[in-house]
Design a protein around this ligand. Structure first.
Ligand code: 5GP
Length: 194
C-alpha cells in the first residue's frame, strides 16, 4: 500500500533491536484518515470473505481494528492481556510471547464473543515473530471458529512470523512488508508487491 509505505518512510524511526517506531501515526498518535484508507484496503483484499467478527489484541491493535471494522460492518473483540474482574463466564486463553516487551503473558477472550462456526478476521498493527497472531489463531481454533485471514498493517518480512503463518496455510495480507531496515542509515527496504 503505497500511501502507508510513504508514511513509514517519512515518519518511521528505526530503533536498535529491529524495532520500527511509528508512534507518530500508528502506535501512539493515530492518524484516523490513514486508518480509514487502511480499512478500505483490508476490505478490498478480503472482499471475497464473509467476516462475522474482527479479533485483535490490546493495546495497539484496538484503534486500527475499530476503524477497519467499519468497512466490514462487524464487531471488534480484543484479547485482553490479564485477568480482569469485569470478565465473567467461560474464557478462552493462551500464552503469547511479546516481541517488544520480551516476556510471556496470558491473553484471554470471553468465549461468548467468539462463537463456534463464526468467521473471524485477525487484525494487528505489526507482525514480527508471529507470536501475537499465532496466539489469536489458537484462541479462534479453541472456540471452534474459522480464521478467514490475518490482516497486518506492517509486517517485518525479515522476521519469521509471516512465513510461519503462511506455512500453516493461513491467509496473511500485510499492507507494507519491510524486508530490511538499517538503524544507522535510517533506511527501509520494502517488499515490491506489498
Ligand atoms: P510478534 O508477536 O509478531 O513477534 O510481534 C507482534 C507485536 O509486537 C505487535 O502486536 C506489536 O505491538 C509489537 N511489535 C513487534 N515488532 C514491532 C516493531 O518493530 N515496532 C512496533 N511499534 N511494534 C512492534
Amino acid at each position: 500500500m503505497e500511501l502507508l509505505k510513504e508514511r513509514i518512510r517519512k515518519d518511521g524511526i528505526i530503533k536498535p533491536g529491529n524495532v520500527l517506531k511509528v508512534d507518530n501515526f500508528l502506535n501512539h498518535q493515530m492518524d484516523i484518515q490513514l486508518f480509514n484508507e487502511i480499512g478500505k484496503e483490508f476490505k478490498r483484499r478480503f472482499a471475497d470473505v464473509k467476516v462475522d467478527r474482527i479479533l485483535t489484541i490490546e493495546a495497539s491493535g484496538i484503534g486500527i481494528a475499530a476503524v477497519v471494522a467499519q468497512y466490514f460492518d462487524c464487531p471488534v473483540v480484543f484479547a485482553k492481556k490479564s485477568q480482569s474482574i469485569n470478565l465473567d463466564g467461560t474464557m478462552l486463553s493462551t500464552q503469547i510471547e511479546s516481541f517488544t516487551h520480551k516476556r510471556t503473558y496470558e491473553v484471554i477472550v470471553a468465549s461468548r464473543f467468539i462463537k463456534p462456526g463464526e468467521n473471524i478476521l485477525v487484525i494487528d498493527d505489526f507482525m514480527a515473530n508471529g507470536c501475537a497472531a499465532l496466539g489469536l489463531v489458537q484462541l479462534i481454533h479453541d472456540a471452534h471458529a474459522n480464521v478467514v485471514g490475518i490482516g497486518i498493517v506492517i509486517e517485518k518480512g525479515f522476521q519469521q512470523g509471516g512465513a510461519k503463518l503462511r506455512e500453516q496455510g493461513l491467509r496473511v495480507e500485510s499492507l507494507a512488508i519491510v524486508d530490511a531496515m538499517d538503524a544507522d542509515a535510517q533506511t527501509i527496504t520494502f517488499r515490491e508487491d506489498s
